[in-house]
Design a protein around this ligand. Sequence first.
Ligand SMILES: C[S@@+](CC[C@H](N)C(=O)[O-])C[C@H]1O[C@@H](n2cnc3c(N)ncnc32)[C@H](O)[C@@H]1O
Length: 397
Amino acid sequence: MDDSLELWIERLVAGGEGLAHLPDGRAVFIPQTAPGELVRVRLVEERPTFARGRLLEVLQPSPVRRAAPCPHYGTCGGCQLQHVQYAAQVEAKQAFIREALLRLGQIAWDGPVPMRTGPEWGYRSRVQFKLAADGRRLRVGFYASGTNDLCDIETCPLLAPPLARLPAVLRQQAPSSLAGKTLDIALGDDDGLSAFPAFADLPGRPVTRRIGHFVYTYDARCFFQVNRELVAALVAEVVPDDLPFGGLALDLYAGVGLFTLPLARKFRQVLAIEASPNAVAFARENIRHNQLTNAQVVAEDCARWMQMRAAAFTDRVDWLVADPPRAGLDSAVRTGLVTIRPRQIVYVSCHPATLARDLKVLLAHGYRLTKLVGLDLFPQTAHVEVVAQLVRGDAGN
Ligand SMILES: C[S@@+](CC[C@H](N)C(=O)[O-])C[C@H]1O[C@@H](n2cnc3c(N)ncnc32)[C@H](O)[C@@H]1O
């Protein structure tokens, strides 16, 4: 019996799937479909309020559908949107941001959401390869979609060229002791590479990057923004060049100091909070190397720091940057922000859903959302970066 269905795809939604509706009104999410196309689908999961489908055939292709350039697309779990023309990816991500704010934060933002974009290929300067043994041979790649099965890749078109060459090199040169491990690699200026775990052909020495007026040093264990083409644009959104000189700035989830350094040029004092001891060591070194004397880094979990220190900072902070991981702000950090009452908050988010949850709390405590900017730091994937600017209600712009 043919249990397939024909459905029209209405639009793309947050995970990158196409959305359609069943005759009974339930939403169906179908990966690798594009807006405005007619597809044949088989349902693979049915719930009372929604279902998931698998694409069997495109019957009438979307005007924005294209052939995915990467031969691993569809198997490798890294990309969700290669089959969609780039302009339509960007438009969809703008909608993801608005929709998350509305649905999860009840925030009806009717202002613009400008999107900063760069090259759609070859942009990644950081990668995590998965390695596995295959007899005497090493397999190198990424996990297949939704599994821990390794998809052995030749190359990846998202990687900057010095990283894109590595799978073939690693198969030849990586020690077999790396089988079953994840290998982190960071690319610096002048094609310098840092690996963790390090081995003879790929050392763990730090790399350096010049971004704007500053030089940053870090190694493969550290978080650093993956998109080498847009990192300067991100810094400019978070610490604008025309920001007037101020008193005290806080940089929560500071990493190796990407925003701490430019903040130190704009504020009399900067306090950065970061939990990873390795990132803290590099952030301190970066402050010293860039000859800044007015920034300190506290090695602490932001939630703990807030619980211990927030009250001492009430009404003293002019500018607060928060750039948490995908999980967003811990509830103790949200409470701490309400206690500190910074005049302005810049929230940098890689997950609009948790951003929406956190903004809802801040707006309920007298903040106004004054600016939203999207940055497509992750072309071909469903991920998007958002910078949200908030002003305390009684603080003016
Ligand atoms: C999204 S990254 C941002 C780093 C930095 N702002 C940048 O753009 O390079 C988040 C950072 O928060 C740190 N982190 C994660 N959880 C934390 C916590 N609970 N308290 C403090 N830092 C944390 C991570 O080590 C990482 O460096």
